[in-house]
Write a protein that binds this ligand. Structure first.
Ligand code: SAM
Length: 283
């Protein structure tokens, strides 16, 4: 740990409702020598609302490298700094990685001051499995790259969480329905903690249609959550899979029947083989 160096506080701010900020976050923003903010004009509204006059320095994706070097010098000279973004938790699809990485590499203490993030906020109210999930952030804006990314995620069994802008919400949902299947369950969480907060669940195809029909629902900020694919390794073999195995067992030796059933159903071969042994025993 660098001697006499200041502390870098990574402070989460509201994602909509200005009251969603902790007393510790407010104390920290008041007390530090300087705040590194993604957009100083945007953050001024939050700071003015709480009567905080701490000086700010802009730290955004276009100046992150140079500004981080300058801010690191301040930290090393003993200043405590806070890092905030326009909304939610810094570094989560937001700037700050450069500074946090450089600070830790230099032995400067980095202290998180936790608070809102749209990903966790949406997940907590989505009703989708939340024990394991994958945060994917923003999908690529171009359709071919977006579909390629979705293809890579098609078999992912954990809940998928995406951020999306109003310009691409319909296209992204359409592509998700195309790649994951129109019947896959999903949730669209819009304008969380704001006046027009909407949390809509349904099949991907139906959600895309709903958005196309109601252009008001295409406005604002979005989190899309998609139910994971069935986990073929963990899920119980369903009745149809078993029927396939039984039919094949009437015509083929166990090993071949299991291999062919695996190709047809997608269930792992060894599971089908074990099940086949049980079927044979019971005959
Ligand atoms: N750092 C932020 C966080 O912790 O959630 C995310 C910043 S990212 C640049 C902005 C994206 O987050 C938006 O385009 C949207 O996908 C999502 N988002 C932020 N606020 C939201 C809100 N109130 N409701 C729904 N989505 C939101």
């Amino acid at each position: 740990m660098a001697k006499h160096a200041g502390v870098l506080y990574v402070v989460a701010t509201p994602i909509g409702n200005l009251r969603d900020i902790s007393t510790r976050a407010l104390d920290t923003l008041r007390r530090v020598a300087r705040i590194a903010a993604e957009d100083t004009r945007h953050s001024k509204k939050l700071l003015s609302h709480y009567g905080i006059g701490t000086p700010m320095t802009a730290l955004h994706e276009h100046n992150e490298a140079e500004q981080s070097a300058m801010l690191l010098k301040l930290l090393e000279s003993g200043d405590d700094l806070a890092l905030i973004s326009d909304a939610g938790t810094p570094l989560i699809s937001d700037p700050g990685y450069f500074l946090v990485h450089a600070a830790r590499a230099a032995g400067v203490r980095v202290v998180p001051v936790p608070g809102p993030s749209a990903c966790i906020t949406a997940l907590s109210a989505s009703g989708l499995p939340s024990d394991r999930f994958v945060f994917e952030g923003f999908l690529p804006p171009r359709q071919s790259a977006r579909r390629q990314r979705l293809e890579a995620l098609r078999g992912e069994s954990r809940t998928l969480v995406f951020y999306e802008s109003p310009h691409r919400i319909v296209d992204s949902l359409d592509d998700m329905a195309g790649v994951f299947g129109a019947d896959r369950l999903a949730v669209v969480a819009r304008e969380l903690s704001k006046v027009y907060e909407t949390i809509e669940d349904g099949a991907l195809g139906a959600l895309a249609d709903w958005l196309i029909q109601d252009t008001n629902q295409q406005k604002g900020e979005f989190v899309i959550l998609v139910h994971g694919a069935p986990d073929r390794n963990r899920a119980a073999m369903d009745v149809q899979d078993l029927q396939v195995l039984q039919v094949l067992l009437q015509e083929l030796p166990l090993k071949q029947a299991a291999a062919l059933a695996a190709k047809i159903t997608g269930v792992p071969k060894n599971r089908l083989y074990e099940r086949g042994l049980e079927v044979k025993k019971s005959l």
